[in-house]
Design a protein around this ligand. Structure first.
Ligand code: ZN
Ligand code: ZN
Length: 328
């Protein structure tokens, strides 16, 4: 990465990125967990509350806001018409590649006690599958060394301020079941993206993200502690620190590009200001394929497999993501 970066261009590109705006909608941990619950077969208020252990008012607020943007559809129970079950919509299903990328990341880098499926079976080829990020144009693998990035701020998105408030503080261990993504929130993802774009120094990160020094210092310290960044002394200037990606944060690429793509296509109908290109020469659009047969992984063709001893398994037996998809 070049030390010469255009701070103002990078600032505008980050501020108008579909990533930043998408994270304004889906970047907080509870929202992500409620959505993951949908893909794991949860439909009723009590199921989410029991599995996620979040306060009733918080859950009610998340279900309301996800319904308002068309990510859940409330339908009355047949037996109790005054109560509602929450179903996935077509817009939710379009988030499936991102859900697979979360699963992948959690499997490699998250806590072991997360209540996620132990394995994913691809019905189409009959094999265990590791979701793999690929390029829609050529089908080839995609990771940071195979990608380039062009910056092109999007005026329509620059006008809106993304809703990037402070994420609620959730003590580790407070979510007994689907406790995923505890180390990853929207600011961390934006900081990782800024580092990918070549901002390695404290002052560069502060300027392009508009984060004040004390808050940024705490953030960076936390990310170094949790293995999302490496902090080295700058060889050219010993007083300065260089922040670099780690294998764990490099692995967030799939999550970042899938969320950016979804937000651009399904939420904002705008191109992203951070345009990834693939080594094949085409603009990169993500596809999540099966590691075994290289076919795209579709929700109704993937059967999650839970550990037999895991009595806290989120999806009851015979109730997989497939039955959820049929209802959507
Ligand atoms: Zn390609
Ligand atoms: Zn397969």
């Amino acid at each position: 990465m070049s030390a010469q970066i255009d701070i103002e261009l990078t600032r505008q590109a980050l501020a108008s990125s579909t990533l930043s705006h998408g994270l304004g909608i889906l970047g907080d941990r509870w929202t992500v967990q409620v959505l993951m619950g949908t893909f794991m077969g949860l439909k009723r208020f009590e199921q989410w509350q029991q599995q996620l252990g979040l306060p009733r008012s918080t859950l009610a607020e998340r279900l309301r806001s996800l319904s308002a943007i068309g990510l859940l559809r409330a339908r009355p129970y047949q037996d109790r018409p005054l109560r509602h079950a929450y179903h996935a919509t077509a817009k939710t299903l379009a988030l499936y590649p991102q859900v697979l990328m979360i699963w992948n990341w959690e499997k490699r880098w998250g806590q072991s006690d997360v209540g996620l499926p132990e394995a994913l079976n691809h019905r189409r080829c009959g094999h265990k599958s590791t979701p793999t990020l690929a390029c829609q144009a050529c089908g080839g693998d995609a990771d940071i060394p195979r990608m380039g990035l062009r910056l092109k701020p999007v005026p329509a998105l620059l006008k809106f301020k993304p809703r990037l408030g402070r994420a609620p503080r959730i003590p580790v261990g407070s979510t007994p079941h689907v406790s995923l993504g505890l180390r990853v929130d929207r600011w961390n993802l934006l900081i990782v993206t800024a580092v990918v774009l070549g901002c390695h120094h404290f002052d560069q990160l502060s300027q392009v993200l508009g984060i004040g020094p004390s808050v940024l210092a705490r953030r960076l310290e936390g990310m170094v502690e949790s293995g999302l960044l490496r902090c080295d002394a700058d060889r050219r200037d010993g007083r300065r620190r260089l922040y670099r990606l780690t294998p764990a944060s490099r692995d967030l690429l799939g999550y970042i590009v899938c969320l950016s793509h979804w937000a651009g296509v399904h939420q904002f109908q705008q191109p992203s200001s951070i345009v990834p290109t693939h080594e094949c020469g085409h603009e990169f659009k993500p596809l999540v394929v099966c590691s075994h047969c290289r076919q795209p992984l579709l929700a109704h063709e993937v059967a999650p497999q839970y550990a037999p001893t895991d009595t806290r398994s989120v999806a009851p037996k015979g109730h997989t993501a497939r039955s959820d998809m049929a209802a959507a």
